[in-house]
Design a protein around this ligand. Structure first.
Ligand code: PRX
Length: 654
């Protein structure tokens, strides 16, 4: 059954319902529940016709022979025979019409510096960047790792790769050198694009130094491109002749014109590494045509995007949200968007609201963990700013508790803006369950209804339909992942392991209410969602057991007031070795080094043993109960019931 997390208990008796505001519905792309239902039914009855019609809104070099090819399921093929290019659809397509001189990116650095790039500017900069990459030998199919702060060059780098058909793999700038190395080695990246540094909470993070460390032992990388952002202050940026190139030098004399590579529909677009239930992150594969169409259409309908909107997604491009709803979705739709480099509380807790006011943002998309932090900081911060430009709010990344939803609705949305609570995953490419803002009545904490073409079901282990159980998706959709890089078997084992491989298994628990709405109840596997960052408990466990004094470890996720979930680590120490604060500090340092600071556990508890069944399986459910201070049920199946009492005592005392 689903892991109980922060929102599960609180949503079970939630019955408030908010209809779309009539003013919003009147102007929306989809303005009534009946319109949604009609489109949805058409998308399910004849998905190929639905997707083919939507695909006509985009540019193709060559049209498809078939819409969906299921002959090698679960390796689905969409739009076989077609050729296109994502960068073309994000940039070149807009140059002929009125969007040419429209602001594409309104960027603000944490220190307050700003840049605005129109679609024409993006075309020029991407063309030069793409030619620069070609000059250092990058060609179609090569993997390029991108490790950048949230600067315009991050978007430009992604688009430049798409333009020449290089496969980008963006690595969130909070990841450690070890994590970069693992990813670079897994995909055999030839090039890394990074910066000398980036601003976060008033400090410069030394990204290039981290890359240098990572590349000790990453033989495939021949070239490193460095964007100058921090200007060497306070970290001198080491420069390795023959391998390293300053971005500004590389692009300065490049021609603007760089023809788009004609990409086959199923040519790889990008890899994005995400956590699973083993210690090794998986390189999720997304390909060209299906992902293109899916991000285009979800962006248009779920954000009800209009030419005059000023859209702001606060995610980092290092995560899937930034790929789909900063780069590809908004830019295919010729949106004007805000990109902000830094922290929400720098220089004070009003920074986000100051940005909304300054640029008159109309659509705001963020994570529940941020909303909970804003709530804690107090209403005085948003109240100091004019937020009347906002017309639509969104959340993503983890379940939102009704209290946070209501605060968002009341304080930020002035009870006027619809909230789209979008459930989806790195693997799904785009929104899957979400309100359609002009059409769906919302409920606090509920992801509500499926997007077009998505057929969800809630099943038990045997595949029977139930009211509360495991979420399944019955039919493929264009944005579905196409595999795990280098590991087709893991792809099958992870996502097609249940129900005879008939349905996609996302790993979430869900419940259907009396209106047919779907509520997400959290993960059913050993993946934890910390501040919207997905972390496999096995990843941390494998870090801890590398310590010479550690015998075994089990990590569990528990509810956390701000982060949604926090990590608690139970660690057993080899007999006779010290378990003290020094060891605790060393273990935290190992997490920083192996994964990144964002994966630090809330607490590390030492014990002489872990609760196990007689067959030797660690009983995580019990560990979660201990960490949540819950009454413990039957422990008689344990090999040694005394272990639990000992752990419980320690937890309470620590
Ligand atoms: O458990 C679900 C949760 O985040 C997981 C996917 O994480 P990731 O691939 O990192 O993508 C996050 C951004 C799309 C899901 O399996 N999740 C995501 N959005 C929601 C959510 N849980 C509840 N409600 C959501 N809106």
């Amino acid at each position: 059954m689903p892991q109980e997390n922060y929102s599960m208990e609180s949503v079970s008796h939630e019955n408030r319902k908010f209809n779309p505001h009539p003013d919003f519905a009147a102007q929306a792309h989809i303005g009534s529940a009946a319109d949604y239902r009609q489109m949805y039914e058409r998308s399910i009855a004849d998905p190929e016709a639905f997707w083919a019609e939507a695909a006509e809104e985009l540019d193709w070099f060559k049209k498809w022979d078939s819409v969906l090819d299921e002959s090698e399921a679960p390796f689905f093929k969409w739009f076989s025979g077609a050729t296109t290019n994502l960068c073309h659809n994000c940039v070149d397509r807009h140059l002929a019409g009125p969007n040419r001189n429209k602001a594409a990116l309104i960027w603000e650095g944490e220190p307050g510096d700003t840049r605005v790039l129109t679609y024409q500017d993006v075309y020029r900069e991407v063309g030069k960047f793409a030619n620069g990459l070609k000059q250092i030998g990058i060609k179609k199919g090569d993997r390029v790792a991108i490790y950048l702060p949230m600067v315009p060059e991050l978007v430009l780098a992604v688009l430049a790769c798409a333009r020449i058909g290089a496969v980008h793999t963006v690595i969130f700038a909070g990841f450690s050198a070890d994590s970069i190395r693992d990813r670079v080695n897994d995909c055999g990246a030839k090039c890394v694009i990074t910066a000398d540094g980036g601003w976060r909470r008033g400090r410069v993070l030394s990204l290039k130094n981290t890359v240098d460390e990572a590349l000790k032992g990453a033989e495939s990388v021949t070239d490193v491109v460095i964007v100058k952002r921090a200007h060497g202050d306070p970290f001198p940026c080491h420069f390795k002749e023959g391998r390293d190139h300053w971005y500004h030098r590389l692009v300065q004399d490049q021609p603007i014109e760089c023809p788009c590579e004609e990409m086959e529909a199923e040519d790889m677009l990008f890899l994005l590494y995400t956590s699973g239930t083993t210690g090794k992150p998986k390189g999720i594969i997304h390909t060209t045509a299906g992902y293109m169409l899916y991000t285009y259409l979800t962006m248009k309908y779920i954000f009800d995007l209009k030419p005059e909107d000023v859209y702001w997604c606060t995610a980092d491009v290092g995560w899937i949200t930034g790929h789909s709803y900063i780069v590809y979705g908004p830019m295919q739709n010729a949106a004007t968007q805000i990109i902000y480099e830094g922290a929400p509380n720098e220089p004070d807790e009003g920074r986000f609201w100051e940005i909304v006011e300054k640029y008159r943002a109309t659509i705001f998309y963020t994570a529940p963990t941020a909303i909970r932090a804003f709530m804690k900081w107090g209403d005085q911060w948003p109240e100091q700013h004019d937020l009347s430009s906002l017309r639509l709010l969104g959340t993503v990344g983890e379940p939102i508790n009704p209290e946070a939803w209501m605060w968002y609705h009341r304080v930020i949305g002035a009870e006027r803006c619809p909230i789209v609570d979008t459930w989806w995953q790195t693997e799904t490419g785009g929104h899957m369950l979400t309100p359609v803002p002009g059409a769906t009545a919302t409920k606090p904490g509920c992801a509500t209804v499926p997007f077009f073409g998505i057929e969800p079901a809630i099943l038990d282990d045997d595949g029977a339909e139930v009211d509360a159980g495991i979420l399944a998706i019955k039919q493929p959709w264009p944005g579905i992942l196409r595999g795990i890089y280098g590991d087709p078997q893991r792809f099958k084992d992870t996502y097609w392991c249940k129900w005879g491989g008939k349905y996609y298994f996302p790993g979430d628990g869900a419940r259907r209410d009396e209106d047919g709405y779907i509520w997400i109840l959290g993960r059913v596997d050993d993946v934890v969602n910390v501040s919207g960052h997905r972390i496999g408990t096995a990843e941390l466990e494998s870090v801890f057991v590398e310590h010479k004094d550690v015998a075994e470890s089990a990590v569990v996720g528990v509810p956390h007031e701000i982060k949604g979930q926090g990590l608690i680590a139970f660690v057993t120490v080899i007999q006779g070795r010290a378990h003290d604060d020094k060891l605790r500090t060393e273990l935290v340092e190992m997490v920083d080094k192996s994964i990144g600071k964002f994966a630090r556990p809330e607490r590390i508890l030492f014990s002489s043993d872990l609760p196990k069944t007689r067959s030797g399986k660690i009983m995580r459910r019990l560990l979660r109960d201990i960490a949540e201070g819950k009454e413990l049920g039957n422990t008689t199946t344990l090999a040694d019931p005394g272990v639990v009492e000992q752990l419980q005592r320690q937890y309470e005392e620590s």
